[in-house]
Design a protein around this ligand. Structure first.
Ligand code: HEC
Ligand code: HEC
Ligand code: HEC
Ligand code: HEC
Ligand code: HEC
Length: 442
């Protein structure tokens, strides 16, 4: 019996139970979907990745693939997939039963090899030192999870797509299995869609928490045949960027500051190239902020005016219930109106900002609650690290200021400031994705 079971027995925690139920249910098996799901066989849980003979010595590490696929490896290694076995996840795992642990690994580290590595670990292993974690676990969603089954290479390339490599170079991939599904949304649904038939998430008929595939299927992008890969893996790159990447978020939205009204400034954010709800999960939060300033650029009001885009859930009567859902469907717009004059005071300028907090629910609710409830020093250290890393992911997506001339009431605008792109070019810049809704500003 490992540390996982021991800790769970020692300290049952109902407060956290809610979150655990939430998360477990998000991961409910896709069995009902399986009947109609053409890739279900790929996702038998846990997956037997089993890499080909030539690479056996390293037993499924992404490092094995890196030797010959440096480009895919370096893109993937900066992605959230490579980070899926995280301090926040481990903090939760250390307090769960073995069965409960497996329910989480299903999406975060689903290989048989990974599960074995975790359960084999000495119960007193010092998990605080991330550098010492078993490599194949730390890999998170590594290459073999998507590309290998029983030693066979699952490839998106059809046999007609000729390789330039020699037969000798290709010996490691002796057993290739082309699969068209790798290029389609169904493939991602295994981990980005809860089972629609089970309805265990929240009350009957209520919307599911992990509902990305269904949201996509209802979107105009699906009707056009644009799959998840078209936006998240253009040209088959492996960056898997999402809301944690400012350039990716920017690519999905159209932001306008309208100063044509004499009495107010209007900020609008329209979801124009997001293939699902913006954002798709209940964990991020996007805040539109408006601050009225005096001539010395000091705020005039005690707090900025706000509009929050978020899917908020409430726990009551033993289940999660939708509370307020202000997320944007493709083409929909959120807006914030800030008046120049309030309580008889005319502002000199108005500053508008859009803040993105990708891990809001974790940094403000899930991890802090667990921190209060846990006495285990390792768990506490991991949680503190998870909160720190989560907060560091917050960013200002966009900012702009409108100025009002006291003499002639003319309104001018400073140039809009977008978050500087920290990683390479915007992935969608070079992929012509026709927008949904208007992308022009007044
Ligand atoms: C159906 C697949 C699935 C299952 C099962 C699942 N997760 Fe996740 N998890 C995700 C996805 C997708 C995200 C990113 C979106 C989000 O934050 O909700 C995520 C994010 C997280 C995060 C925040 C990011 C990070 O890595 O620190 C934590 C912590 C986490 N999950 C813990 C758990 C725990 C604990 C369980 C088991 C009770 C679990 N998950 C089960 C898919 C899953
Ligand atoms: C010894 C070198 C080597 C190693 C190690 C290696 N590959 Fe490859 N792989 C190749 C070569 C060569 C090609 C063909 C490249 C081309 O056609 O551009 C290829 C092609 C592929 C393709 C495209 C498939 C196709 O049908 O051509 C995938 C997917 C792939 N590898 C995945 C992996 C994964 C996952 C790993 C790690 C488990 C891995 N490779 C390890 C050499 C290697
Ligand atoms: C989350 C799943 C996932 C992971 C993890 C993943 N891949 Fe892929 N990979 C895909 C998908 C999906 C495609 C096909 C995309 C498409 O057709 O649009 C692909 C395509 C490829 C190709 C073919 C590229 C081409 O130009 O034809 C190679 C090679 C490859 N992956 C290697 C790797 C390596 C190496 C790793 C680990 C560093 C890795 N993949 C990790 C899902 C994944
Ligand atoms: C084996 C399960 C699994 C598969 C398959 C999978 N994902 Fe994920 N994905 C996850 C988990 C878990 C996370 C959250 C990781 C974390 O933050 O800890 C995630 C995160 C993401 C993110 C979030 C990035 C961000 O900035 O928040 C994107 C985008 C994404 N996946 C796209 C895809 C696409 C596209 C596919 C299909 C080609 C796919 N995923 C297949 C499990 C999976
Ligand atoms: C038309 C382009 C497009 C398509 C198609 C698309 N996405 Fe996204 N996705 C985005 C953009 C842009 C973002 C960043 C803004 C956001 O978070 O919604 C994003 C964000 C995400 C995130 C980050 C988490 C979050 O809460 O938003 C995940 C996970 C994700 N997508 C998965 C998927 C999956 C799975 C599919 C297919 C079922 C898919 N996406 C289809 C454009 C797309």
């Amino acid at each position: 019996m490992g540390r996982f079971t021991r800790l769970a027995v020692r300290s049952p925690r109902w407060g956290m139970g809610r979150w655990i139920i939430l998360l477990t249910v998000l991961g409910g098996p896709l069995c009902a979907m399986a009947a109609s799901d053409p890739v279900a066989h790929h996702w038998h849980h846990p997956n037997a990745g089993r890499i080909p003979d030539a690479a056996q010595k390293s037993d499924g590490h992404a490092e094995v693939c890196r030797a010959c696929h440096e480009v895919q490896w370096s893109n993937w290694s900066g992605s959230r997939h490579a980070n899926a076995f995280s301090p926040g996840l481990l903090a939760a795992l250390l307090e769960r039963s073995r069965q409960g642990v497996d329910a989480c690994l299903r999406c975060h580290a689903p290989l048989v090899e990974q599960r074995e590595a975790l359960h084999r670990q000495d119960p007193f292993f010092e998990w605080q030192d991330q550098a010492a974690w078993p490599q194949r676990l730390a890999d998170g969603i590594a290459c073999p999870i998507c590309h290998q089954r029983q030693g066979r290479l699952i490839t998106p390339r059809s046999t007609s797509e000729k390789s330039t490599a020699s037969d000798q170079e290709l010996t490691i991939h002796r057993q290739r299995q082309p699969s068209e599904w790798l290029s389609q949304s169904h493939f991602c649904a295994a981990c980005h869609q809860a089972d629609p038939q089970q309805k265990r998430t929240i009350g009957d008929g209520e919307p599911l928490l992990h509902n990305t595939f269904s949201e996509w299927r209802k979107s105009p992008f699906a009707a056009r045949g644009l799959h998840c890969q078209g936006c998240h893996m253009p040209k088959r790159h492996h960056l898997f960027r999402g809301i944690h990447d400012p350039a990716m978020t920017r690519s999905g939205v159209t932001v306008c500051m309208d100063v044509t009204h004499p009495e107010k400034v209007v900020l609008t954010l329209r979801s124009t190239r997001v293939g699902h709800m913006f954002p798709t999960y209940a964990t991020p939060r996007i805040v539109l902020l408006g601050t009225r300033l005096d001539s010395a650029s000091h705020p005039l009001d005690p707090a900025p005016q706000r509009w929050v885009i978020q899917r908020r859930m409430r726990w009551s009567q033993g289940g999660w219930h939708p509370w307020r859902d202000t997320r944007l469907a493709p083409g929909a717009t959120a807006s914030l109106e800030v008046p120049w004059q309030r309580a008889g005071v005319l502002a000199s300028s108005i500053n508008l900002q859009i803040r993105v907090e990708p891990d809001h629910l974790y940094t403000t609710h899930i991890h802090p609650r667990r921190l209060v409830e846990s006495a285990d020093p390792t768990v506490r250290k991991l949680l503190q690290r998870a909160i720190g890393e989560g907060e560091a992911n917050n960013y200002t997506l966009w900012a702009q200021t409108a100025h009002r001339n006291r003499v002639d009431d003319q309104i001018t605008r400073s140039p809009p400031m977008w978050h500087p792109n920290t990683r390479e070019h915007n992935p969608l810049d070079h992929i012509p994705i026709p927008p949904v809704g208007d992308t022009t500003c007044p």
